[in-house]
Design a protein around this ligand. Structure first.
Ligand SMILES: Cc1cc2nc3c(=O)[nH]c(=O)nc-3n(C[C@H](O)[C@H](O)[C@H](O)COP(=O)(O)OP(=O)(O)OC[C@H]3O[C@@H](n4cnc5c(N)ncnc54)[C@H](O)[C@@H]3O)c2cc1C
Length: 529
């Protein structure tokens, strides 16, 4: 894509990297009215499908960016999967879902489509977002309350002064290197070949895993359907196989053909893309260095098993966008940005821990793990209780249990899943214009959910004068009782206020209908309501 506009001299936020996380951050900042410049080294979207499984939480975030309708029109929803040991089915799992939910627990779509939809979304805000393609961040220096960023563009080197630099420049982050920062953690030796092929199929969309299949004895193989008649096939290499050789079509084609034949997929097919992967468990110890903030793969590398890579990058963007916006717009002090790192580093560590468990099952790192896996798979044929050990534990949003932004909970609540620091639960509600989902209300402002016992009290409605959106969840607005049950106030009589952050996380909840502690909590946390 050609870059026609010259770079500005100054910008509130410069985003290094126009991958999915950088573009999502730009789109979210635009929702808050904050200008950004995205500097992307490549001339277009990524090659190869890369991340293909987009979680329910990421779908919520993508709808906030404006990319939601395009995503929904293209992506393939799914709710579960099957695992086989040799040629026997040993697990059929379903992820939690229900008919009234806004989104499927997961959709499959190639990463380049997601990048294109995000790019279209930022193009809707040309006054707020500029994308400079074929341009590379090559020097960074903090100076005088800003960051001086040198950018190598097709027209030559340019210097831009940014108030903040968001490093979203991927696993090999230049910004990380320029600042001399190092990842902490480890990587697994097991290698996977990742292959996309085009072949029409009528199979349902589900996650399919084979352990030691007759088609590829000794290997582990995963299959996912993607839009455009594309299959993603991942298979594990033997330890003695050469990576370069393994990626040659003459070595890929027979393995894929053998598997397709085994499962009865006999339509003609073609190879589209192949790549090598090994699982890494790496994170920076902090995602803030002065005015530089790290997000996505630049901040952490998470094993792909369990699909937490891009999904956690979107959560980074959602966490960072509103905080940057509030700081830049003078609604909070700069210390709010410390909470980005405080919340997202433990989230990355939790994602890494889950990803590591899945990796050890998918590609056992040593004899003991291999033995354990074989015993589990053998037992799972007959013992339902063992099957949960094979469950791939797909990505879910991480709670910020010990965040300093959480307000102390007041009064008795029956459900811990809406406690401060938890992602705010979904509910299907009834409004004057029809039904809507609660998560549609999040994304820009703080939202106070009001569980009242009659008309909305005047004092509570007054929260709106302090920049807090007020949502009255009267009994008739909650016809299924989902909101009351999920926020810990079942039945109609009890009252309470729940304050939800712009990124859809609960900040605090208070029994009764007095708005004073809500405002006090906001003030105490450094917000200027
Ligand atoms: C084979 C494979 C399969 C995967 N499957 C999944 C999955 O199913 N689910 C999932 O959640 N995750 C998956 N992932 C991980 C996912 O692809 C990454 O987590 C995701 O791409 C991270 O997005 P990002 O924007 O942080 O980084 P990237 O996508 O790497 O984007 C970074 C961008 O920065 C640009 N850049 C680099 N240096 C500079 C510079 N100096 N100046 C300007 N721009 C620069 C790059 O060109 C790039 O476009 C997979 C990854 C791979 C490789």
């Amino acid at each position: 894509m050609a870059t026609t506009q010259p770079l500005p001299d100054g910008i509130p936020v410069l985003i290094a990297g126009g991958g999915p996380v950088g573009l999502a951050l730009a789109a979210l900042l635009a929702r808050h009215g904050v200008r950004s410049l995205v500097v992307e080294a490549d001339e277009g979207y990524c090659t190869g499908s890369r991340a293909i499984c987009i979680s329910r939480r990421s779908q919520e975030i993508l709808w906030t960016t404006g990319a939601g309708p395009a995503l929904a029109a293209k992506a393939l929803p799914w709710t579960g999967g099957r695992s086989y040991w040799r040629n026997e089915e040993v697990l059929h799992f379903q992820m939690p879902h229900e008919p009234t939910q806004r989104f499927a627990p997961m959709v499959n779509i190639q990463q380049y489509h997601v990048e294109a939809f995000l790019h279209d979304a930022v193009r809707q805000a040309p006054d707020l977002v500029q994308v400079a393609w074929s341009s590379r961040v090559c020097a960074v220096r903090e100076e005088g309350g800003g960051v001086l960023v040198d950018v190598e563009t097709p027209e030559g080197r340019r210097r831009v002064r940014a108030q903040y630099l968001a490093a979203c420049d991927g696993g090999r982050s230049t910004v990380r290197e320029l600042l001399g920062l190092q990842f902490e953690g480890m990587q697994y030796e097991g290698r996977y070949v990742i292959v996309d092929i085009r072949q029409p199929t009528r199979r349902p969309v589900e996650r399919l895993a084979w352990f030691d299949p007759p088609s590829n004895p000794g290997s582990t193989l995963l299959m996912h359907r993607q839009p455009d008649d594309v299959w993603r096939i991942d298979y594990q290499l033997r330890d003695d196989e050469d990576a370069e050789e393994a990626l040659k079509p003459q070595n890929i084609l027979p393995r894929v053909a053998s598997h397709l034949q085994m499962i009865g997929e006999d339509a003609p097919w073609e190879l589209l893309w192949a790549s090598m992967y090994n699982a890494k468990c790496l994170t920076l110890p902090t995602y803030r260095q002065g005015r530089v903030l790290f997000a996505g793969d630049a901040a952490h590398l998470v094993p792909i098993f369990g699909v937490r890579g891009l999904n956690s990058g979107f959560d980074d963007a959602a966490n960072l966008a509103w905080k940057l916006a509030m700081v830049l717009q003078g609604e909070a002090g700069d210390a709010l940005l410390d909470t980005y790192s405080e919340e997202r580093v433990p989230a990355a560590r939790e994602n890494i821990a889950y990803g590591a468990k899945s990796t050890e099952f998918m590609a056992p790192p040593d004899f003991a793990f291999r033995l354990l896996r074989e015993a589990t798979l053998r037992l799972a044929r007959d013992e339902a209780g063992v099957r949960s050990l094979i469950n791939p534990r797909q990505s879910a949003p991480v709670a910020y249990r010990s965040s300093s932004l959480n307000a102390r909970e007041q009064g008795e609540w029956t459900d811990a899943l809406a406690a401060p620091g938890q992602p705010a639960p979904e509910a299907l509600l009834q409004g004057v214009h029809g039904t809507f989902h609660l998560t549609q209300c999040f994304g820009v402002d703080f939202t106070c959910l009001v569980f009242g016992d009659g008309a909305l009290p005047h004092a509570v409605a007054g929260l709106a004068n302090h920049g807090v959106a007020v949502l009255d969840i009267a009994p008739e607005a909650d016809p299924h009782g989902q909101a009351r049950a999920r926020y810990g106030l079942p039945g109609g009589a009890s009252t309470g206020l729940v304050l939800v952050r712009p990124d859809g996380y609960v900040l605090g909840r208070w029994r009764g209908l007095d708005p004073a502690p809500v405002l006090a909590a906001l003030q105490q946390k450094g917000f200027k309501p």
